[in-house]
Design a binder for this molecule. Structure first.
Ligand code: PEP
Ligand code: MG
Length: 362
């Protein structure tokens, strides 16, 4: 049942007739996905799979996977995660039946998943049946001073390809099953995070394509899928022409792109950016409103260069700016195909996209 009714829903219908850009939502739980649909989202633009690992059973399996010393140990942990992920994706595909769903491969800053206390280490050691002393050493080895610039995103998939392999398998098996259940085609869009070098994307794409082949041969099913990337590092934006050789879509991760363009931590910026605003150094917090001259310039370069290599490459945005009206107006000017934002911002994004389309008509 729709969440919007009466005059408001009439206005939204008018807006929908006018806007050019699609509006998707960032969602990973069934509740988020259902909310997104009620508010009129036309797909999921970002499913952050690392957010699916926060319950106790899963965080334990995730810790086992990260702390493994050998590929064999890691595969044992991944074997526990595979059925959970498959079930997650089946549910998302079913809820979003017929609409596009972009699933991003794991992008966890490692520190969020490392055990923090001796009790937590003991729990993982018991579950893995290994010596807690070795596990403590391993936790220390994995410590990073700058986790947001560390072994996350596609770097994790390069270090431990079996993680990407598990996720790709879960996605394809789920897509085949959901297509059977809903009677509608499911076209998963698999997104590789934090790419800065085209060969990172080639490396991960090969894993995805190999798994797709295996799953489709084993099931006898047919399935279309897309592989694309986040553009969230300045280097990715500047080399978007090469990246587009491998990517069938780009989604702008303007949270990380703002962080890495300004060199300001997205997690610690709050206090001093407010001082900057009060003292007139900046007008707007760039993490809220897209910095058109800087970060926006990179988005524009990437869109143009991506299209030069692959005309018609699908372009979207899934950073927080995707729900900010002024930033949405910028996305319209650059000609993005869709914006993706948190489910509750979908109605605002639908209106803002319509307003932006009107302005562009002159
Ligand atoms: C981003 O960086 O803009 C993004 C959408 O990814 P995340 O916020 O998960 O890093
Ligand atoms: Mg990011």
């Amino acid at each position: 049942e729709p969440a919007l009714s009466g005059d408001f829903s009439t206005i939204m219908e008018w807006a929908d007739q006018i806007r050019r850009m699609k509006v998707r939502a960032n969602a990973e739980t069934p509740l988020d996905a259902r909310t997104a649909r009620k508010f009129g989202a036309e797909g999921i633009g970002l499913c952050r799979t690392e957010h699916m690992f926060f319950n106790d059973e899963r965080i334990l399996a995730m810790r086992e996977m990260i702390l493994s010393d050998t590929e064999e140990q890691r595969r044992a942990a991944l074997a526990k995660l595979l059925p959970m992920q498959r079930a997650d994706f089946i549910e998302l595909f079913e809820i979003m039946a017929g609409l596009p769903v972009t699933i991003r491969l794991l992008d966890p800053p490692l520190h969020e998943f490392l055990p923090k206390t001796d009790e937590e280490i003991a729990e993982v050691a018991k579950s893995m049946d290994v010596n807690p002393k070795r596990l403590k050493e391993r936790t220390e080895e994995l410590h990073e001073f700058n986790p947001m610039l560390g072994n996350r995103g596609c770097r994790l998939a390069v270090s431990y390809p079996e993680i990407a392999e598990m996720q790709a398998r879960a996605i394809f098996e789920a897509a085949v099953e959901a297509a059977k259940r809903t009677g509608q085609p499911v076209v998963p869009e698999i997104m590789v995070p934090l790419v800065g070098i085209v060969s990172e994307l080639s490396f991960v794409k090969k894993i995805i394509d190999d798994v797709a082949k295996q799953v489709l041969e084993a099931s006898g099913a047919k399935l279309d899928y897309l592989v694309g990337t986040m553009i969230e590092l300045p280097r990715a934006a500047l080399t978007a022409d090469s990246i587009a050789r491998e990517a069938e879509f780009f989604s702008f991760g303007t949270n990380d792109l703002t962080q890495t363009t300004f060199g300001i931590s997205r997690d610690d910026a709050g206090a001093f950016l407010e001082t900057y605003r009060k003292k007139g150094i900046i007008e707007q917090d760039p993490f809220i409103s897209l910095d058109v001259d800087g970060v926006g310039a990179l988005v524009k370069i990437a869109a143009e260069n991506g299209r030069a290599t692959r005309s018609g490459i699908k372009l979207g945005i899934c950073g927080e700016h995707g729900g900010d009206p002024a930033s949405i107006a910028f996305c319209e000017r650059v000609g993005l195909d869709y914006v993706s934002c948190s489910p509750f911002r979908v109605p605002i994004a639908r209106l803002a996209a319509a307003q932006a389309a009107c302005r562009n008509m002159g």
